[in-house]
Design a binder for this molecule. Structure first.
Ligand SMILES: C[S@@+](CC[C@H](N)C(=O)[O-])C[C@H]1O[C@@H](n2cnc3c(N)ncnc32)[C@H](O)[C@@H]1O
Length: 228
């Protein structure tokens, strides 16, 4: 199973030997690849929609992995059952707010001992905010670019109260000091985008809500400071 660069990077963050719940698994590529490589012990592939569910079932069957991967039709973390003994949860390829909502609505299904491997397509800030408010410490952060999109991968574990500043929630508490080239390139692009948004706001026919305007100004100032 060949994974995209994005999922391949996600795969490197899944602990060896994990019992993985891949929520919103779509085609099930991630659990199939990880089981095939002997990198994880077992997996649950959870899907909300029937067409991707069938695709995951077909991939598991075609690769003869029914013994190791259970495909379930379920909303979010409801795919996890206590008997699964899940030790890691991946939620990838969705907006950060969607991932946050899946975690919030699925709290009864969390034991609190699972490693979370989250790959938001955007909306990292509200996702980090949820992690902080729910006592999850961010263990690693990664950023990569594929097909002209920047993707972040955040891993976290519940560890007790943790505090991140507003800027850390925005940029990532570990990415910010590390300043890797992919991270700096992402924020150079974001700065151009934000400046364009601000200039659109100033030309808009209707008044832009003050809080929206101030938010963009704040973000531009943070990014300029970050990039020096
Ligand atoms: C864009 S795909 C990402 C697939 C895969 N995780 C990846 O990263 O390539 C998002 C998938 O999440 C599923 N999904 C969205 N909300 C969900 C939820 N609440 N519970 C389970 N699956 C969900 C969608 O049906 C879709 O198949």
């Amino acid at each position: 199973m060949t994974l995209s660069k994005r999922l391949e990077r996600v795969a490197t963050h899944v602990p060896t030997g994990a019992r993985l719940a891949d929520i919103g698994s779509d085609h099930g590529y991630l659990p199939v690849a990880l089981v095939q490589r002997g990198a994880i012990a077992a997996a649950v592939a959870g899907e909300l929609a029937l067409t991707p569910l069938r695709s995951a079932e077909r991939n598991v069957r075609d690769n003869g992995l029914e013994q190791w991967i259970t495909v379930r039709l379920a909303n979010g973390l409801a795919a996890i059952q206590p008997a699964d003994g899940i030790t890691a949860i991946s939620i990838c390829g969705m907006g950060g707010e969607t991932i946050r909502d899946i975690l919030e609505n699925g709290k009864p299904h969390l034991s609190g001992h699972e490693r979370l491997i989250l790959q938001p397509n955007r909306g990292e800030q509200p996702l980090r905010q949820w992690l902080m408010e729910n006592d999850y410490r961010i263990l690693s952060e990664d950023v990569l670019r594929e097909n002209r999109f920047d993707y972040e991968i955040i891993t976290a574990e519940r560890s007790g109260p943790v505090t991140y500043s507003a800027e850390e929630l925005y940029f990532g508490p570990l990415l910010m000091p590390a300043r890797c080239p992919a991270f700096l390139a992402k924020w150079q692009r974001m700065l151009l985008q934000k400046r364009r948004t601000l200039s659109r706001f100033s030309q808009a026919q209707q008044a832009v809500p003050e809080d929206k305007l101030q938010e963009v100004i704040q973000h531009i100032s943070w990014i300029e400071k970050l990039l020096g």
